[in-house]
Design a protein around this ligand. Structure first.
Ligand code: AHG
Ligand code: MN
Ligand code: MN
Ligand code: MN
Length: 336
């Protein structure tokens, strides 16, 4: 008999059944997020034919010029999730403050955070982009929901994942028991399990960083990259390859598939910002996925998932991927 296709729903039901690994409300939430990603994928695939490319001529709270797809993806995720009754509120890269579920809908116990469209600089040049999402539980003990309820360390996440809109549309997800990947079957319109228990090789010969910032990096990062560039003639004794796609979802996905180290470190262009990437809806979900796949994620000094957020849109220096490489570059940051 042909290999049975396991849908996302069946996978989540089985995760739920295995001694109640995930509550029903969380399963419903994740299915809604997956459906929203399917809609975003359809919009992305239309490109110019759907009038979704180009700039929206507006600026977001990050000070970035928004692309039309940034806004479209944000709206798709809000509209898909606000009525279901499993969410109390949402936070997004594209919204200044949290979006509390309107009173006309029941409030649930979860908080959903997302980067609705990651890799915006690649939208208009037909390079893979994606959506990143993170789920927290709303703290108990008080009515309603405030921004402070979102300020939880990444270790508190109950689900995290991303969806890549590329040659395939793939959803990669963890609920705390390993990392699974689902590929969108466009004929059926459903996500089908195509990989589970994804493991990142602890060693690698591939680093991922935006080399144009090299002169701005801190010394430990300069040392680490210089050693990689020295190849067999240097202390590493092996040649390295470099990849930088500038959509975090694609660079992290490659690392989940074949190993590597991804870095977006602090640099002196913005000395008062710890880095470019956002903690709550880029670094935290990606760090949990990487750790669940046997990798490591630090800000150069501490485990990213242990960081206590102070602000919703705060940024962080990111070094994640193959454990032995992240350990090395983190060790280079140790005080002498
Ligand atoms: P976003 O498009 O959601 O703003 O995120 C873009 C991020 C991340 O996806 C990527 O790794 C990084 O920006 C690329 O930065 P550079 O363009 O500076 O290389
Ligand atoms: Mn952006
Ligand atoms: Mn992003
Ligand atoms: Mn984005």
């Amino acid at each position: 008999m042909a290999q049975q296709k396991i849908s996302l729903t069946r996978y989540l039901v089985e995760q739920q059944r295995a001694d109640g690994l995930i509550p029903g409300q969380l399963r419903l939430l994740l299915e809604v997020v997956a459906r929203a990603c399917k809609s975003i994928s359809m919009a992305v695939n239309k490109g110019d034919l759907g009038g979704v490319l180009g700039s929206a001529e507006s600026e977001n709270v990050q000070g970035e010029v928004q692309k039309k797809l940034d806004i479209i993806a944000n709206e798709v995720l809000i509209e898909a999730n606000e009525w279901g009754g499993h969410l109390a509120a949402m936070a997004s890269e594209e919204m200044d403050s949290i979006y509390v579920v309107p009173n006309r809908y029941p409030q649930g116990e979860y908080l959903l955070l997302f980067d609705p469209l990651d890799g915006s600089s690649n939208i208009d040049v037909n390079v893979s982009i994606g959506t990143i999402f993170s789920v927290l539980k709303k703290p108990e003990g008080h009515p309603g929901v405030q921004e402070a309820d979102f300020l939880q360390a990444g270790a508190k996440q109950v689900a995290a994942g991303y969806c890549i809109y590329g040659p395939q549309t793939t959803l990669v997800l963890t609920v705390g028991h390993g990392v699974a990947m689902f590929t969108l079957d466009r004929e059926q319109g459903s996500f089908v399990l195509t990989k589970e228990d994804i493991q990142i090789p602890p060693d690698t010969k591939e680093f991922s960083i935006n080399m144009s910032n090299q002169r701005h990096w801190d010394e430990p990062v300069k040392r680490y990259i210089d050693e990689c560039l020295a190849g067999t003639e240097g202390p590493r004794g092996k040649d390295f390859n470099m990849r930088w796609i500038a959509s975090m979802v694609t660079d992290v996905h490659r690392i989940l598939m074949r190993g590597g180290i991804f870095m977006y470190p602090w640099d002196k262009r913005e000395p008062n910002k710890p880095g470019k990437l956002r903690l709550m809806y880029e670094a935290n979900p990606m760090s949990w996925l990487v750790e669940q796949a046997g990798g490591m994620a630090t800000n150069g000094r501490e485990r990213i998932l242990d960081l206590q957020p102070g602000k919703l849109h705060e940024r962080v220096s990111v070094m994640l991927g193959s454990k032995n490489e992240v350990e090395r570059v983190t060790r280079y940051h140790d005080p002498l």
